[in-house]
Design a binder for this molecule. Structure first.
Ligand SMILES: Cc1cc2nc3c(=O)[nH]c(=O)nc-3n(C[C@H](O)[C@H](O)[C@H](O)COP(=O)(O)OP(=O)(O)OC[C@H]3O[C@@H](n4cnc5c(N)ncnc54)[C@H](O)[C@@H]3O)c2cc1C
Length: 472
């Protein structure tokens, strides 16, 4: 089991820091008892052993965040920014002797602008809650991670999260106009603005998006929103093998169809979901695609017809169209619950690899080969339309060799992905769990530049040390 370590500051400095924090911010909610802080040590990367935080703070304003970071810098106390803790790369995992700063109390929508199509929010609002507030105004924020009910916009920004609609709408970074960010020394900067176009200077907004809490704490975001599209029309296609489904994805792309959702589940995942939810998925299918269109009705029908033809061309076993909105919701929910269902089968370790879409079938074949060779069961599901898959290794907790076998399968998977011109993480981030693969994917020069950026913005290494980049 990986352990999150860091040279903790000495006890005197820690005590002085906590005293200074209490004096400067007497109303700040601050937990320091281990029994209370325990709930904030882990994100959803269950196999990581997190550190013991010095404390957990819950600021309510940018001023409070600024004071916390100023004092942390003065006392050399590391800080772990934290949203809702749903991350899958250890980004919010606690560090020994660090202060975890939870942003979920800053969850207000500050402004909705239907004329200029933007919204200004604090980082702690949950993704789905923002969607619910926008809907009555006929607006929507497209990025929707499968975790949308329990992940924050701040976490989405810090991870550059994807989701089920990326194939048509892109990822979180495509919807960020500007940010307010508190830097490690407590200074507050604003990046970007509210205009559709803006090319003044280097693009700091995009630098902070995906920076995983290592460069600054996001305290406000101006996000682009779109007019609400039509309700989704939903179709399921079942295949003999996952490779057939991968070929269907290529066929759909070649046919010029851009569905809003194009998700895959393999046989192992279908069985796990069916065992957990009993939604009537066929036991004999080797793979399934969930295909949706949010185009106006006539166009949506034409898109699904073309997608169905591409599926039949590779020998689809069965194609079902959801008759009602409720049926469609149930099918989407089955996909959203894939990880949860696999967790019921053992210790699930979800990966997040991406390949160029045209190589999806090759990736699936490589995963099947790795499973056979290592003997580690794997459920594959994910955003097939983006070439972004979540092979989830299911470890038998009673197998003493289980962890070693998963590590081997994981290393083989990443090597295969890089061979196919892909990425070790499509949307979950580098954090701690992919850090060892950063240089192999990007190269030494690239990593050196990342280090220089980190040093320029956080010279004392206060913010989330050891995440993305290894400590020296
Ligand atoms: C079942 C399940 C399904 C998922 N599906 C998807 C999916 O479809 N697509 C996807 O992209 N991800 C998915 N995820 C992963 C996760 O939900 C996302 O990474 C999400 O964006 C994390 O948000 P959070 O609020 O929980 O952040 P946390 O886990 O709390 O933090 C994540 C990172 O962001 C940093 N951070 C948080 N808030 C701030 C802030 N205000 N300023 C600076 N840094 C900050 C933290 O330091 C950490 O590095 C899934 C997770 C689960 C458990």
């Amino acid at each position: 089991m990986s352990h999150v370590t860091h040279d903790a500051p000495d006890a005197t400095l820690q005590a002085t820091f906590l005293a200074a924090l209490r004096t400067a911010l007497p109303d700040l909610r601050l937990l320091t008892d281990g029994a209370d802080t325990d709930a904030y040590r882990r994100d959803m990367t269950a196999y990581l052993q997190p550190g013991m935080p010095l404390g957990v703070a819950f600021p309510n304003s940018t001023t409070e965040v600024s004071t916390i970071l100023r004092l942390a810098s003065e006392h050399r106390i590391p800080v772990v920014p934290r949203g809702a803790g749903s991350g899958l790369s250890g980004g919010a995992a606690a560090i020994d002797g660090a202060l975890t700063v939870v942003l979920t109390g800053m969850d207000r929508i500050l402004h909705i602008d239907p004329d200029d199509l933007y919204v200004v929010v604090q980082p702690g609002i949950m993704n789905a809650a923002l969607g619910r507030e926008l809907a009555p105004q006929g607006l929507f924020f497209p990025p929707d991670p499968a975790s949308f009910e329990f992940c924050s916009i701040g976490g989405n920004l810090a991870e550059n999260a994807g989701g089920l609609r990326c194939v048509k709408y892109g990822v979180t970074r495509d919807y960020v106009l500007g940010l307010e960010v508190v830097l490690a020394d407590g200074s507050v900067i604003r990046t970007g603005g509210r205009t559709v176009k803006d090319v003044m200077g280097y693009d700091l907004t995009q630098l902070f998006v995906g920076s995983e809490g290592t460069l600054g704490i996001i305290t406000e975001a101006t996000l682009r929103v779109l007019p609400m599209p039509s309700p989704n029309r939903t179709m399921l296609a079942f295949f003999r093998t996952a490779t057939d489904a991968g070929r269907a994805v290529s066929g759909i792309t070649r046919a010029g169809v851009v569905p809003v959702t194009l998700e895959l589940m393999d046989r192992f995942t279908i069985h796990a979901v069916e065992a957990a939810l009993h939604v009537g998925l066929p036991a004999d299918a080797g793979a399934m695609l969930l295909i949706e269109s949010d185009a106006p009705e006539v166009v949506a029908d034409a898109e699904l017809d073309a997608a169905a033809a591409a599926c039949r061309a590779v020998g689809a076993l069965r194609i079902d169209r959801a008759g009602t909105a409720e049926e469609a919701d149930a099918l989407r929910e089955a996909r959203r619950k894939a990880h949860w269902s696999l967790e019921r089968a053992g210790v699930a370790r979800m990966e997040d690899v991406g390949v160029p879409r045209s190589r999806a079938a090759e990736l699936i074949a490589a995963i099947e080969h790795i499973t056979t060779e290592t003997g580690v069961p794997v459920g594959v599901f994910g955003h097939a339309g983006d070439g972004n898959f979540h092979p989830t290794f299911v470890m038998d907790p009673d197998d003493p060799e289980g962890e070693r076998k998963v590590e081997e399968a994981r290393a083989r998977l990443f090597a295969a992905v890089l061979e196919l011109g892909g990425t070790v993480s499509g949307e979950h981030g580098t954090g701690l769990v992919k850090r060892a693969w950063l240089e192999r994917q990007r190269g030494a020069d690239h990593v050196r530049i990342l280090g220089a950026i980190k040093t320029a913005l956080d010279p004392l290494g206060i913010l989330n040390p050891g995440k993305i980049l290894a400590l020296d």
